[in-house]
Design a protein. Structure first.
Length: 113
């Protein structure tokens, strides 16, 4: 079996890990501004918890998708390509969530109101 698809997968996963971690860190200052004062701590905590859960579930889902595609007789390269394409659904959901946060940006506004 060729090793290059697995090397490529490792490189891509490391790059994705850096970018996802950066995205979660960059959104943290914006999250509290999205909630009313009474719910600010709980809302931010729930967002962090769901993000951590997704971070743990992502690699498991990737492995399950690759395994399911390979069980159908596909090549490793096709299986990895298919898995990354299927994971773009979650990237689109994340992009929409970020667009909502940016749309509701409260910079310079009173957070109590």
């Amino acid at each position: 079996m060729e090793a290059w698809p697995y090397v490529a997968l490792t490189i891509v996963m490391i790059a994705l890990g850096f970018t996802v971690n950066f995205g979660q860190t960059a959104i943290q200052p914006i999250m509290p501004e999205s909630y009313p004062t009474e719910l600010r701590g709980m809302g931010t905590s729930w967002c962090q918890a769901i993000g951590r859960f997704g971070g743990a579930l992502g690699p498991i889902m990737l492995g399950a998708i690759v395994d399911a595609v390979m069980q159908s007789g596909a090549t490793p390269t096709f299986a990895m390509g298919t898995s990354f394409i299927s994971l773009t659904v979650f990237a689109i959901i994340a992009a929409l969530a970020i667009a909502i946060f940016i749309k509701n940006d409260r910079a310079g506004k009173d957070l109590e109101g």
